[in-house]
Design a protein around this ligand. Sequence first.
Ligand code: ZN
Length: 233
Amino acid sequence: MFDEIIPAAVSSIGTDAFGDLAATFATGAVPAPQKYALMNIDGIIDIWPTGLGIGASLVQNAPPSTYPPPTYLRGHEFNREFHTETRKYGILIKQPVRFPTWMRAIELGYNGCWYCQPDYNVVAVGQLRVEVAGNFAPKPEVTAELVNHVQRFGVTVAPGVVHLRRRTRTYFAPLLVPGSWKVTITQEDWTITTTVAVGKAWRSQDQVHGDATVVHAEVGSTTVTTTTVPASL
Ligand SMILES: [Zn+2]
């Protein structure tokens, strides 16, 4: 009876669960960035009132892969530019967003680097920030979502929900694809949305052209206003 039940119970855990087991049991032995580790399941199965235990040991030497490591384009999360992996600037990005193809980068609203991805470079970018007045406890959250249809290089741009970063009371969006963006400001059960035109800003030589869009809101209020100021790229 037990012989039949236990293997079924173990197989029902699924392979993903062993990643968690490895992280729980061998935290000290697994380098921090490694989420999964190879384990030999070599012990007997123990059953306690609180759960199931499986004897396992960490496999120290993973078999070397004969495949070359994949190459990815590397994007910067805030300036939203993507680069080749070998290009110096691409290497320097500390926590790059990795894209398997340029289409995926364009889809997520990233812009090709002027130097290493010139075929996918669009000169104009959109600058958006949100200034929030009023009660700041807890701190409001600000997001933006592209709501008009934008195509670039034959790809429909769909960046999803973009989170703005807060510095004191001003929230900064990463450099956006110009277009109509729905801005949502939320604090607990208060929320306000407004759709704004994020215009084009670009740089030529030493000059910055175009405008940045600035949304002004106050926590608890239904009034929201939008102004533009000269862009600062
Ligand atoms: Zn580059």
